[in-house]
Design a protein around this ligand. Structure first.
Ligand code: IMP
Ligand code: MG
Length: 177
């Protein structure tokens, strides 16, 4: 029995995740043809998703990494967000696509969109693996969306609970949550 089986139920299988990643990569390939695309991987949660996506985008692209920390008020973000690791290059004039793991309340992403748009990219779009609309507190437009999920706390494929479970190849739900 795998180590996680007592703690996590499968919500979206590895095959379904990978199939959706390929579809999104095909859409992005079509939409950005002829443009200089920069993917921004938001650490740490979107690392697995962003790398798989990048492998299937059939375009020359540049990769940047950005770390954020959201201050937690209980289990929820307060909306106070800080950039802990910034991108390595200016974004002015670039076609920027942010890769995120999940849009929950939306507070982290609204901060990031505002912060990054102030750097005058040629375009700024958002790709999120998951959306949890039940908890939305602010409107965030997701240009490329993997899956819409119910109000579960999910782990795996980059998403963590207390920094664990990121390495599961599927998306799961913590039992009893
Ligand atoms: P926000 O509430 O939209 O600002 O989301 C902030 C961050 O909380 C996300 O980028 C995730 O890293 C994390 N998060 C939100 N929901 C979940 C979840 O169900 N599992 C794991 N992390 C989550
Ligand atoms: Mg995150």
């Amino acid at each position: 029995m795998a180590f996680y089986e007592q703690e996590v139920d499968v919500l979206i299988t590895e095959d379904k995740v990978q199939a959706r990643v390929r579809q999104l990569a095909a859409e992005i390939t079509r939409d950005y043809a002829g443009k200089d695309l920069t993917l921004i991987c938001v650490l740490k949660g979107s690392a697995f998703f962003a790398m798989d996506l990048a492998k299937h985008i059939d375009l020359p692209l540049k990769l940047e990494f950005l770390g954020v920390s959201s201050y937690q008020g209980g289990t929820e973000t307060t909306g106070e967000v800080r950039i802990t690791t910034d991108v390595s290059k200016p974004l002015a004039g670039k076609h920027v696509l942010i890769i995120e793991d999940i849009i929950d309340t939306g507070l982290t992403m609204s901060f990031l969109l505002e912060n990054l748009s102030a750097r005058h990219p040629a375009s700024l779009k958002l790709c999120s693996l998951l959306e949890k609309p039940a908890r939305a507190r602010t409107k965030v437009t997701i240009d490329y969306k993997g899956f819409v999920i119910e109000d579960h706390f999910v782990v795996g494929y980059g998403l963590d609970y207390a920094e664990l479970y990121r390495n599961l190849p599927f998306i799961g739900v913590m039992k009893g949550r």
